[in-house]
Design a protein around this ligand. Structure first.
Ligand SMILES: [Ca+2]
Ligand SMILES: [Ca+2]
Ligand SMILES: [Ca+2]
Ligand SMILES: [Ca+2]
Length: 498
């Protein structure tokens, strides 16, 4: 029942607040928090020398386990080590993070990463520091907004009093190669902190819309938005439209509820506002599987988002899962591409990120074109890995029914063997698939290559599987003890004759 309760809590939270941060996929009470004195990993003499670097599989995945012990697959990462070698910033580009602030007291945060508002820094005519004199020195409508603004308390103090902003922000801007804590994507980016969550009042759409407008009006060209709500609001729609008019790139998390965002009943915002300068981000794990992210035609890129190790307030460290964690990676990648190509428009930045992404088998169900961020490619304007293209016009179609019980039973693992003796390669046509995403999955395995080709835990109809090499496949349906669904029905197979 544990999962069910969590879902209900989430659903209640969504219903009661107009705007909430996307809660991490993992419940709060699992995992452990680390202190740097717990660390036994000695990385002295290596680059980067941050002791938790090996836990940051999203930066460099050498097949090590993630923080929860799941073994990864080499190369399922954003190619950060190579990206560092190809980064030559020509111009500063400001990246705004709209979240709960940043823990400036953390041992692994350097406040030097923060954007500094020139109009709110230095000394005023009375000899007081402009950043704390209680005066709106630059007359932008916000008092003492030296590093951004706190819309929750209506002041310039952007310290995190929650955790979400620190965890997501530090993925980008923790201090790296300092022998402490984690590495980050790049500490030399300039980060504007726009605090929209935390202790104090609950903000509603009109306040978040003001915060979005603040970010672009004060120079941010990339905005990282790790929050969402099922409610459409004209205020937020207008704010995202405003970022489009101003030529900024609005990067946002697709959400963690395994919803089909193309379904009118399952919309989530800001992902579904449909502005072309939006880049909606899905999440993958350390073997490039998509587990929980919302999906749909507006989701154009994936980035690592399962068990992402980062900072917690009070010198803590831990992993969280969510598109909230994937979103800042793409936002930082966009900022790095833009810093290196200052003449680019947002269209070009977005295109370079999508073009550089690696195509992943099975990811195409959840992300348009099935691409996961590869920052090293994008910084070099290289095309990422592409899956083989097939000319299906020569393939033979055969009626064949393979189906589970409808609904399938809870608490079981059941295997369906498929053989197409005359095939060189083949694919399955699903009339319908409905697999509950809480602990259930349908895996398509290829005994020929000893690989899992797809893992499906959502709803689709009238669609093909990925191509399976050889003559055999196995469909393995795994169900936990709670909540079931229709299951699946294959009605046709299509194959290339041998
Ligand atoms: Ca001001
Ligand atoms: Ca001031
Ligand atoms: Ca560090
Ligand atoms: Ca289930």
């Amino acid at each position: 029942m544990r999962y069910l309760l969590i879902i209900m809590v989430l659903a209640t939270a969504i219903a009661s607040a107009a705007e909430i941060p996307m809660l991490p996929f993992e419940p709060f009470d699992t995992g452990r928090e680390y202190r740097s004195e717990d660390v036994t990993t000695d990385r002295t003499g290596q680059f980067p020398d941050d002791p938790f670097f090996a836990k940051q599989w999203h930066l460099e995945n050498l097949g090590q386990a993630d923080d929860k012990g799941n073994i990864g697959e080499t190369g399922c990462d954003i190619a950060m080590r190579q990206a560092w070698n190809h980064w030559n910033p020509k111009q500063e580009v400001i990246l705004a993070i709209l979240d709960s602030g940043l823990d400036l007291n953390h041992e692994d945060i350097d406040p030097g990463v923060l954007w500094v508002n020139p109009g709110e820094s230095g000394i005023d005519s009375n000899g007081n520091a402009k950043q704390s004199n209680g005066i709106d020195d630059d007359e932008n409508g916000y008092v003492d907004d030296v590093h951004g603004y706190n819309f929750v308390r209506d002041n310039g103090i952007i310290q995190d009093d929650q955790y979400h902003g620190t965890h997501c922000g530090a993925i980008i801007c923790a201090k790296m190669n300092n022998g402490v804590g984690i590495a980050a994507m790049n500490p030399r980016l300039k980060i504007m902190i726009v605090k929209i969550f935390g202790l104090g009042q609950t903000l509603y759409a009109k306040d978040i819309a003001r915060a979005v407008k603040y970010a672009v009006d004060n120079g941010a060209r990339v905005l990282s938005n790790s929050y969402g709500t099922p409610s459409y609001t004209k205020e937020m729609h207008a704010a995202v439209t405003y970022t489009h008019e101003k030529g900024a790139l609005f990067v946002c998390a697709s959400g963690n509820s395994r919803k089909d965002l193309d379904n009118p009943e399952e919309k989530d915002y800001p992902s579904c506002y449909g502005l072309p300068n939006q880049l909606v981000v899905s999440a993958t794990d350390n073997a490039d599987w998509s587990q929980f992210a919302n999906y749909g035609s507006m989701v154009e890129i994936a980035a690592p988002g399962a068990n992402i190790f980062s900072l917690m307030p009070k010198n803590g460290y831990r992993s969280f899962s969510g598109t909230s964690q994937a979103c800042p990676m793409v936002a930082a990648a966009a900022t790095m591409v833009w810093s290196q190509n200052p003449e680019f428009t947002w269209q070009q930045v977005k295109q370079v990120l999508i073009d550089g992404g690696d195509e992943v088998a099975g990811l195409g169900r959840y992300v348009k074109k099935g691409r996961r961020l590869n920052l090293a490619n994008s910084l070099q304007h290289k095309t990422g890995r592409r899956l083989p293209a097939h000319d299906f016009s020569q393939w033979v179609t055969e009626e064949r029914v393979i189906e589970s019980l409808h609904p399938y039973k809870n608490d079981q693992e059941i295997c369906f063997a498929v053989e197409v003796p005359q095939a060189r390669r083949f694919r399955l046509f699903f009339e319908r698939i409905e697999i509950d995403h809480h602990g259930d999955a349908l895996a398509i395995n290829s005994p020929n290559s000893a690989r899992t080709i797809e893992k499906i835990n959502s709803n689709f109809s009238e669609c093909f599987s990925e191509v399976i090499e050889g003559t055999k496949a196995e469909l393995v349906l795994t169900a936990d003890k709670y909540m079931n669904a229709y299951g699946f029905k294959v009605s046709k197979i299509q194959y290339l004759p041998n």
